[in-house]
Design a protein around this ligand. Structure first.
Ligand code: HEC
Length: 239
């Protein structure tokens, strides 16, 4: 009797924890929906690029050449780039384009105050943009992937450019040279590599986390079988 009433209480608390978790999930989903973009449908970023080391490396190279002049990704250090398969030598010789040392965070050399005057707004650090830009319209990666492919000429803007997903953006079309030199498919592929790199930067442990998740699920599956058989064995004489 005592056991069964405490079991009942346990079950109730499990149910209420479950309900609270479900409510939390709904709230999170709701606020994500509310943060939607400019109403332009986002293109889907090809997620397979996330597990493609060559793509991530090309993205890192493009980033250092076209973006670091204005945007830092200071949550990641140069030596952290070894995780995407780059050697210390390659990083030192080809990717450190500033005065930074191998163990330093990847910072821009752009002075914040001056750039705010030049562009109307200081270029933000992009360490977490692949996460902060996620919304009901798509992931943060979808947003970046679409954003870099929807620049349009606009004489009314001080930079001469406007953007479909970020109207009246202060950033010029810095990939214009690249876009001109490439076929549309090759340009899309480069932008996807760059986006994959920024998604990796936003969560460098994502792939490890997913591997651990699979192992945990396998363990739980196996454990369930043990618990189930053990339960049956314990109750065998009572029933
Ligand atoms: C000449 C300086 C400059 C360069 C180079 C530059 N940006 Fe920007 N970027 C800016 C400025 C300024 C903003 C802020 C614009 C605004 O909010 O109106 C910005 C904003 C952004 C945003 C939006 C951030 C957010 O969440 O609001 C993204 C994403 C971005 N840049 C990506 C890139 C990428 C990728 C590159 C390299 C291909 C790059 N930028 C190169 C100046 C630059």
């Amino acid at each position: 009797m005592l056991i069964s009433s405490s079991l009942l209480r346990l079950r109730r608390s499990v149910v209420s924890v479950g309900a609270a978790a479900a409510l939390g999930l709904c709230l999170a989903a709701g606020s994500a929906m509310a943060a939607g973009g400019a109403g332009v449908p986002l293109d889907t970023f090809p997620v397979t690029k996330l597990n493609d080391k060559a793509a991530l490396q090309n993205g890192a190279k493009l980033y250092m050449n076209y973006c670091l002049g204005c945007h830092g990704i200071s949550q990641v250090r140069y030596n952290g780039l070894r995780q995407i398969g780059l050697s210390e030598d390659i990083i030192k010789q080809n990717l450190i384009l500033t005065e930074a040392k191998f163990g330093d965070p990847i910072r821009t050399t752009m002075p914040l105050k001056a750039s705010a005057e030049w562009f109307g707004k200081a270029p933000p650090d992009l360490s977490l943009t692949a996460r902060s830009r996620s919304s009901g319209d798509g992931t943060g990666a979808d947003w970046i992937y679409t954003y870099l492919r929807t620049y349009v000429p606009d004489e009314a803007r001080p930079t001469g450019w406007n953007n479909k997903v970020y109207p009246n953006v202060g950033m010029p079309h810095v990939l214009w040279d690249l876009q001109k030199a490439k076929s549309p498919a090759d340009y899309d592929s480069d932008v996807a590599d760059l986006t994959a790199f920024l998604a990796w930067v936003a969560e460098p442990v994502a792939s490890t986390r997913k591997q651990i998740g699979v192992v945990v699920l396998l363990f739980l599956g196996l454990f369930f079988v043990f618990a189930w058989r053990l339960n049956a064995a314990y109750w065998k004489d009572v029933r």
